[in-house]
Structures are given as structure tokens and as C-alpha cells.
Design a protein around this ligand. Structure first.
Ligand SMILES: [Fe+2]
Length: 343
């Protein structure tokens, strides 16, 4: 007789996460999966929610992404065709107090997410490897820390990012819709990601230069930059890419999208997650990790390209590029100096 205790082994951290999410007895919680979702995460979620006396339902829908060339664990978060096309599945999510999203890509950059949240459902996306989840299990205070940081963005007019490598980027914060992730969801209508702890804004325009330095991270490639890449930014758009092999990769990825929207900058902000491990990406195969360690590492600068819900851009081509060693200020107020959070 064989046995598989992986889910049981994980149940304690899932329960702690759901306690952070303030799951209460009698709440309706849907564990949403697709056939290739991690079975141990589905079982650990189900068991932890049951132990918290939630009304748990596990729903598995067919896989299949609206992305033209579906890959796994890219973080592009375009949702699932099966849910987009299925009012019954949507109604289940609209009617839940909380959805634990264990699908491979999650519902991040998709209009359906807004409809689920508008229904009052809170939503937690979980996709990284078990050790990444455990190491970065947050605490209640993380939300206040993120809310304090996001206030700086809300009050700000301009975000300035500079680095020794040559970055000098200015981004407008006018109508920039600042937001935060804190790694758990404990209020109706919010979405969050376990693990995460960061603030982001959605600048409508930006200009200057971004210079990626060796050791910076390219997502969704899940690779580290080997040689500098210089991006010239004009009117919120990548106008020129210069450098060696990494620059060419970036260029080809954008070209292959065959979509002008791919060249525009998307969200940008900085990481707050003190427990993050920059090198986690190098320790796992690409399918078992989403890369939240790099995305949310305290003191990083994270910028992205492609989709921009507040400017009506919905391309599936989405880079997330976390950078180390940058100095970030908002209207002259320093929040990160040389990659270290200013406390
Ligand atoms: Fe992103």
C-alpha cells in the first residue's frame, strides 16, 4: 500500500494562510482548480478550510487559456476559457465569500476578475512552490505596511527611479491607480496573491531610460539578465532596445506578440517582502514556481509591460521585470535607496 502525505504536510501552512484571510466558520469558500493544478494544494486547501469550519466547495473546470500560445506559470494571469464561457462557474464564484484560485495562471489580467471582485468575493491566488509559500507566509502587519507605502504613491505626482547601471526613469502618478498586495485577503472584493508584499501604480506615461543590470530578472522567462539591456522609454512606451543577447530576447518576445500594445509600460512599484529569496528561481524547474520571490523582494523595483486596465490595453504579452539596486523616490521622498527599503 502506498501513501501520499504531501497535502497533510502542507495543511498547517494553508490553515495559517486562511487564518490571515480571516476565514470564518460558515463562510462559503470555493477552491478553484483545473485538471493540472497541484493535487496537494487542492487537498491542503480543502482540508484547511474544512478545519476552519468553512463551507468549502472544490470546483475543477477544464484547462485552456485564452492566451494565443499558452504556457504555464507565466504570471500573465489571463484566466481560463472554461470559466469565461461558463455562466454556472461564474455564478459559483460570484456567490462565494472567497475563492482560492489554484489554477495555473490565475485570474490577474482579465476583466472577469473585476466582475468576481465586484460581486463582493475575495480572491486568493496560489501558485508558487511549497517552500516559497512557507518561507513567505505573511503576518497581519504586512497589510498596514503596504497601505502606508501605497499612500506615498497616492499623494505623489512623479515616481523617479535611478540606478548606478544608468537607469533614470520618470513616471507620472497622475490618475495612477496605486494599489498593493500583502499576501492575503481579509476583506470583501479584494484580490491578493500568496506570497506577495508590494505596491504598484499604473502610470499613464513615463519617459527616460531603464538599464537592466546583470542579475536582474526577466519574467516570464524566469531567467537572470547576463549583460546590460538599455530600454529607452518615450511617452510610456519602449522606443528602443539596446544590448546583447538579453536585449535581443526581449526584442523578439515583443516582436512575436505582433501587437503594438506590448511595447507600452504597465504597472510599476517596489517590493516589501523581507523574506523573499532572489535566487529561488534558480532552484526550481520553471513549472513549479511563479517567481513571486523576485517580484516582491523588499527594495526591488518592479516594472512591467503590456496590459493596462486603466488605459484599455489588454495584450497578453506581459513582462514583469524585477530589478535590484535601484533608488526610488516619489516627488523627492526616498522610499528605496540602492535597493534597500527606507524605513
Ligand atoms: Fe505583472
Amino acid at each position: 500500500m502506498t501513501y501520499d502525505l504531501r497535502a497533510v504536510d502542507l495543511e498547517v501552512i494553508f490553515r495559517r494562510e486562511f487564518e490571515l484571510c480571516n476565514v470564518q466558520p460558515g463562510e462559503s469558500v470555493v477552491v478553484l482548480a483545473e485538471p493540472s493544478s497541484r493535487a496537494d494544494y487542492v487537498a491542503a486547501s480543502f482540508g484547511a478550510l474544512k478545519s476552519l469550519e468553512a463551507n468549502v466547495i472544490q470546483a475543477t473546470v477544464p484547462g485552456g487559456s485564452p492566451v494565443p500560445l499558452p504556457s504555464v506559470h507565466t504570471g500573465s494571469g489571463a484566466g481560463l476559457n472554461a470559466v469565461n464561457a461558463n455562466p454556472l462557474a461564474q455564478n459559483l464564484l460570484f456567490g462565494a465569500d472567497m475563492v482560492v484560485d489554484l489554477t495555473n495562471e490565475g485570474f490577474i489580467h482579465t476583466p472577469l476578475r473585476g466582475r468576481i471582485l465586484n460581486a463582493g468575493t475575495r480572491m486568493l491566488f496560489v501558485a508558487d512552490a511549497p517552500e516559497v509559500l512557507a518561507r513567505n507566509l505573511g503576518q497581519k502587519e504586512d497589510k498596514d505596511i503596504a497601505k502606508t507605502a501605497v499612500e506615498i504613491l497616492k499623494r505623489g505626482k512623479e515616481l523617479l527611479v535611478v540606478s548606478d547601471a544608468g537607469t533614470e526613469l520618470r513616471a507620472s502618478l497622475d490618475d495612477g491607480h496605486p494599489g498593493y498586495q500583502c499576501g492575503f485577503v481579509d476583506e470583501p472584493g479584494r484580490w491578493d496573491h500568496w506570497p506577495s508584499h508590494m505596491v504598484v501604480a499604473w502610470p499613464k506615461t513615463s519617459y527616460g531610460k531603464i538599464v537592466l543590470a546583470p542579475g536582474d530578472v526577466l519574467l516570464p522567462f524566469k531567467s537572470y539578465v547576463q549583460e546590460p539591456v538599455t530600454l529607452t522609454i518615450a511617452a510610456g512606451r519602449i522606443a528602443e532596445i539596446k544590448g546583447g543577447a538579453d536585449a535581443r530576447l526581449l526584442e523578439m518576445f515583443l516582436e512575436d506578440a505582433d501587437d503594438e500594445e506590448a511595447y507600452f509600460l504597465s504597472h510599476m512599484g517596489w517590493g516589501l517582502m523581507q523574506t523573499a529569496d532572489w535566487f529561488a528561481l534558480s532552484m526550481y524547474d520553471k513549472e513549479s514556481n511563479m517567481g513571486m520571490d523576485a517580484r516582491a523582494k523588499a527594495g526591488n523595483f518592479l516594472f512591467s509591460t503590456g496590459p493596462h486596465p486603466f488605459m484599455g490595453r489588454s495584450t497578453f504579452n506581459h513582462f514583469d521585470i524585477p530589478m535590484r539596486g535601484c533608488t526610488i523616490s516619489v516627488d523627492g521622498h526616498y522610499v528605496v535607496k540602492q535597493g534597500v527599503l527606507v524605513s
